[in-house]
Design a protein around this ligand. Structure first.
Ligand SMILES: Cc1cc2nc3c(=O)[nH]c(=O)nc-3n(C[C@H](O)[C@H](O)[C@H](O)COP(=O)(O)OP(=O)(O)OC[C@H]3O[C@@H](n4cnc5c(N)ncnc54)[C@H](O)[C@@H]3O)c2cc1C
Length: 421
C-alpha cells in the first residue's frame, strides 16, 4: 500500500505554510512493476484510472496495476474539450450518462481533488421546425429518464447569447434545448484526482510502460508483455480508447471499432463572453470558455481512419466557418493551439463494456468523441464487471455482440457508419 498523500484541506494548507511546505508528498508514486497483480488495467486514461479506483474503493481489490504507455493523461483524457452532459435520446444511454453526471456532481469531495466541476449548462441551438421536433422528443426522453431538460424560446436564447447571429440566412436560431446540469470538468484534474485516490488505496500506476503482447493459455489470460517486462494478471481490463482495435488484436480480437481523428482548438484569452457550453449541431461547432478566458472549441471528425494525434486543415476551416456562422464576433479571434486525438468510433455510436470470449479478459471502449463525460460511470461499472464477472444493469445494453444480434444502440439514427456518429 502506498503512503497516503497529505489530504488537501484548509488545515493542511495553513499548517504546511508554517512548515515550509515540506510535508506535501507526490500525488502518486512511481513504482516498478511487480511480477503479478490480481488485476491489470491497460491504459492510464480517465477510464482506466477510474476503474482502478473503484476496484479498490468499492470492491476491496487493490492489488491492481494501471499500465500506461506514455505519461498519465497523454491520451484523450487530457485532449478533450471537457464537456459533461446526459442529453441523449435512447433510454440506455440517458441512464448511463445520467449516472455519470450524478457522480461528477460529488467527485471533487469523493477524490479530495478540485476537479473544477462547472455545471454552467449545455445549450443545443436549433434552426428549423424538424430540428425543434427532434429536440422536443429528446428533451421529453431525458425527462422521462430522470435527467433535466428545458426547451428555450428564441428570446430566452437571446438573453443568454445576445451576440449570436439569430438571423443567419442558413442557420437562423429559433430556440434551443438546454440541460442546466451539464457543463465542463477540468480534464487533467480528473486523471490526476483518480490517480492520486487510486494510488492512496494501493494501486500501482506504471507509466512509460507499453503493453506489446497479451499472454493467453488454455483460453485464459495470464498476463501482459510490456516494454518493462512480463506482468502476470489474474484478470486483464483493456481501457485504451483510441488504441482499442490495435491492443485487442494482441489477444486475437477483432472489434466493431474504427479509429478516427477529432480536433480541438483553444483561442487567446478573452474577457468573460460565453457563460455556457453552446453546441451548434447543424454547422458542427461547439464552444465553452475556460476559466483562463480561452475559448475551447471543436467540430466534426476529420473523417478518415488514422492513429495520428493531429488533424488537417479542411476541418480547421470548417470549424472556423461554423464559429462565424453562429457568432460573427469571433471572426477576428486568434487561435493559440490546436491538436487532435484518436477516437474509438463504434458502428452505432454507443460504447462497449463487456467480457470477451477469453477468460479473464474484459473490454472497455468505443467511446467515440464523447467518452470523457462517461468516465466516472464507466469506471464504476467496469470495476463491477471485473470484480463480479457480470455486468451491472447500466452496461448490460453495451454488449460486444450487440451488432451480431441486431441489438444496436443507434443514438443518432445514422446506421452502421462510424464517421457519421
Ligand atoms: C479533441 C477531442 C475532444 C473531445 N471532447 C469531448 C468532450 O467535450 N466531452 C466528452 O465527453 N468527451 C470528449 N472527447 C472524448 C474523450 O476524450 C474520450 O472518449 C475519453 O477520454 C476516452 O477515454 P480515456 O480517458 O480512458 O482515454 P485515453 O486518455 O486516451 O486513455 C487511453 C490510454 O491508453 C494508453 N494506451 C494505448 N495503448 C496502450 C498500450 N499498448 N499499452 C499501454 N497503454 C496504452 C494511451 O496512451 C492512453 O493514455 C473528446 C476527444 C477528443 C480527442
Amino acid at each position: 500500500m502506498g503512503p497516503r498523500s497529505l489530504r488537501y484541506s484548509l488545515f493542511n494548507l495553513v499548517s504546511q505554510t508554517f512548515a515550509g511546505n515540506r510535508g506535501w508528498t507526490p500525488a502518486w508514486r512511481k513504482p516498478a512493476p511487480k511480477p503479478a497483480y490480481d488485476v491489470v488495467i491497460v491504459g492510464g486514461g480517465g477510464h482506466g484510472l477510474a476503474t482502478a479506483y473503484y476496484l479498490a474503493k468499492q470492491h476491496g481489490i487493490s492489488n491492481v496495476a494501471v499500465v500506461e504507455k506514455g505519461y498519465l493523461g497523454s491520451g484523450n483524457v487530457g485532449r478533450n474539450t471537457t464537456i459533461v452532459r446526459s442529453n441523449y435520446l435512447l433510454p440506455e444511454n440517458i441512464a448511463f450518462y445520467e449516472r455519470s453526471l450524478k457522480l461528477w456532481e460529488g467527485l471533487a469531495q469523493e477524490l479530495n481533488f478540485n476537479t473544477m466541476v462547472s455545471q454552467r449548462g449545455v445549450i443545443n441551438v436549433y434552426h428549423s421546425d424538424p430540428q425543434r421536433n427532434a429536440y422536443v422528443r429528446r428533451g421529453n426522453a431525458m425527462r422521462l429518464s430522470g435527467a433535466d431538460a428545458e426547451l428555450l424560446s428564441r428570446d430566452q436564447v437571446r438573453e443568454l447569447l445576445p451576440f449570436a447571429d439569430f438571423d443567419n440566412a442558413r442557420f437562423p436560431i429559433r430556440g434551443a434545448l438546454m440541460q442546466r446540469r451539464g457543463g465542463t470538468v477540468r480534464h487533467d484534474a480528473v486523471a490526476w484526482g483518480y490517480a492520486r485516490a487510486a494510488d492512496a488505496q494501493g494501486v500501482d500506476i506504471i507509466e512509460n510502460c507499453e503493453v506489446t503482447g497479451i499472454s493467453i493459455e488454455q483460453g485464459r489470460v495470464r498476463g501482459v508483455q510490456t516494454t518493462r517486462g512480463f506482468i502476470g494478471a489474474g484478470k486483464l481490463g483493456l481501457a485504451v480508447a483510441g488504441n482499442s482495435s490495435h491492443v485487442a488484436a494482441l489477444a486475437g480480437l477483432r472489434l466493431p471499432i474504427e479509429s478516427h481523428v477529432i480536433q480541438a482548438f483553444v483561442s487567446e484569452g478573452l474577457k468573460p463572453l460565453i457563460d455556457n457550453v453552446v453546441t451548434f449541431g447543424a454547422g458542427h461547432f461547439y464552444v465553452s470558455q475556460s476559466d483562463k478566458g480561452g475559448l475551447v472549441f471543436g467540430g466534426d471528425l476529420d473523417g478518415y481512419n488514422s492513429y495520428a494525434q493531429r488533424g488537417n486543415l479542411p476541418v480547421v476551416e470548417d470549424v472556423a466557418e461554423g464559429a462565424c456562422a453562429l457568432f460573427p464576433n469571433l471572426a477576428r479571434l486568434r487561435i493559440l493551439r490546436n491538436w487532435g486525438g484518436i477516437i474509438d468510433m463504434t458502428m452505432d455510436g454507443s460504447p462497449i463494456i463487456d467480457k470477451t470470449g477469453i477468460g479473464g479478459l474484459y473490454f472497455n471502449g468505443g467511446w467515440c468523441y464523447g467518452g470523457f463525460k462517461a468516465t466516472p460511470a464507466s469506471g464504476a461499472s467496469f470495476a463491477h464487471l471485473i470484480a463480479k464477472d457480470e455486468p451491472d444493469a447500466l452496461i448490460r445494453p453495451f454488449r460486444l455482440d450487440r451488432f451480431a444480434r441486431g441489438a444496436i444502440l443507434d443514438e443518432k439514427g445514422m446506421g452502421a457508419q462510424p464517421n457519421l456518429h
